[in-house]
Ligand binder design. Structure first.
Ligand code: NAD
Ligand code: TDX
Length: 396
């Protein structure tokens, strides 16, 4: 029986991770620590909150007294730190909060876990820890910067490594937009306040490992999508606006490339890294699934229209006539400051060492995601009330 401290689990990926773990393991305890910022929502985990295996604590990962208390009250085996300020656009208007939560919050979690797990010192003066403990930092491909100059017309992605090929079983990318990919050895080169704060967090995690031999893993994943994604991010914002007949804002020329990963595939990878990842290692988690933003928007429009026609009962959620849903809704708006051009993760190490691969083909994942939004409009209304409206008006 393992006990997990999962931070930020009232948010998008953390909640999906908790759902995945509770389904997969009967014998598990999960303590959720979440500050319930604008991005955290108890409605996202309402079923899990009723589960006797789950405890919920409202609070800040940076609160030393509270986090120490959680460690004193629970025999935590694994910490999985999802809690963060996660939106690049918000980091441009309010960078300080990102440093506070993402760097100082992470350091506080590390320090409290270190104190709770420490057993003594070895002959060289390094701390020793109780068996089987691990801290996992959920990081991002954005710490590697941007593949700005490496940009070509879409080409088929050819995986040459036989070991990787045998793991991904043909479920590889539709195409790639460049020759270069981020590997775990790519130098860190963040460019936005958000990615700089995530890099700061990664560096302090590495420092705890090197300086105190503290047991850690870092995972760096590409853009996630799926259920419970907050509608400030591209995919859920576009779905929401289509259903309301609103314009679809695409930054700049819409040519920027992101690598998209279905959130459940990410949850599976984190579980595998916790179980089998080598201590101190970084693991890249990517979708083998690069696409330009404008093509994502077009794919969502096409999929919504197809679903509405194939299953007309979905039309009841439309606040516009179906004939209005077409590419004319797309508007090109001012570009994000310092907008990273291309992210492309090479997850070969994770595939080879852990046997993980992104199982969900993109068109299937997008259809599942759109269906989820069509069927969960109550959730959308709940998270998009109040502050969200102000944010939306300021941004667009
Ligand atoms: P999210 O914004 O949806 O959720 C963040 C959660 O953290 C919220 O529930 C929020 O209330 C909580 N939180 C924020 N500050 C906190 C604090 N100080 N103390 C405790 N809780 C706090 O984020 P997400 O998209 O689910 O991302 C989760 C993690 O994954 C983040 O660390 C993010 O950097 C990383 N990541 C996200 C993506 C992505 O595509 N969404 C990709 C790569 C990495
Ligand atoms: O309205 C929009 N129009 C638009 O063109 C929005 C919200 C975004 N975009 C563009 C910007 C990006 O190129 O779409 C792309 C995706 O944007 P976001 O959904 O904001 O994601 P991104 O900035 O790529 O960052 C995400 O992936 C990496 C997460 O928010 C981060 O937490 C994660 O680390």
């Amino acid at each position: 029986m393992k006990t997990y401290l999962v931070t930020g689990a009232a948010g998008f990926i953390g909640a999906n991770f908790v759902k995945y773990m509770l389904k997969k393991y009967e014998d598990i305890h999960i303590v959720i620590l979440d500050k319930l910022t604008y991005a955290g929502n108890l409605g996202t985990i309402k079923t899990e909150l009723k589960d006797p295996r789950v405890k919920f604590v409202k609070g800040d990962i940076g609160n030393e007294e509270l986090v120490s208390y959680i460690f004193a009250e629970n025999d935590i085996d694994y910490v999985v730190n999802f809690a963060a300020e996660s939106h690049v656009d918000r980091s441009i208007t309010n960078p300080q909060l990102f440093l506070q939560t993402n760097i100082l919050g992470t350091q506080n979690l590390l320090e409290c876990a270190k104190k709770a797990w420490m057993t003594g010192k070895d002959a060289d003066g390094y701390p020793t820890y109780r068996e089987g403990k691990k801290y996992l930092q959920v990081s991002t491909d954005e710490v590697y910067g941007s593949l700005n100059k490496d940009f070509v017309d879409p080409q088929p992605l050819v995986i040459k490594d036989e070991a990787v090929k045998s793991v991904v079983k043909g479920r590889s990318a539709i195409h790639t937009y460049g020759k270069y990919f981020f590997t775990e050895d790519t130098p860190l080169d963040p460019r936005s306040p958000y990615s700089s704060s995530k890099t700061g967090a990664d560096l302090i995690v590495r420092a705890y490992h090197e300086t105190y031999k503290f047991p850690v893993n870092i995972t760096r994943c590409s853009n996630n999508y799926g259920p419970y994604h907050f509608p400030e991010k591209l995919i859920p914002l576009i779905i929401k606006n289509i259903l309301e007949g609103k314009k679809l804002p695409v930054y700049g020329k819409g040519e920027n490339v992101r690598d998209w990963l279905y959130v459940e595939d990410h949850a599976k990878a984190i579980d595998m890294v916790l179980n089998s990842g080598r201590i101190g290692e970084v693991y890249n988690i990517g979708g083998f699934n690069e696409e330009q933003n404008v093509n994502i928007v077009k794919l969502i429009i096409d999929t919504v229209v197809r679903l509405m026609k194939e299953e007309p009962h979905y039309q009841k959620v439309l606040r516009t006539d179906i004939s209005n849903i077409n590419y004319d809704l797309i508007i090109y708006v001012g570009d994000r400051l310092g907008h990273d051009m291309r992210y492309a993760i090479d997850p070969s190490k994770t595939a080879k060492e852990l046997g993980w691969y992104p199982e969900t083909p993109f068109t299937e994942g997008i259809e599942k995601t759109i269906r989820w939004y069509l069927e969960n409009q109550d959730w959308v209304e709940e998270v998009a009330s109040g502050d969200y409206q102000k944010y939306y008006e300021q941004m667009y």
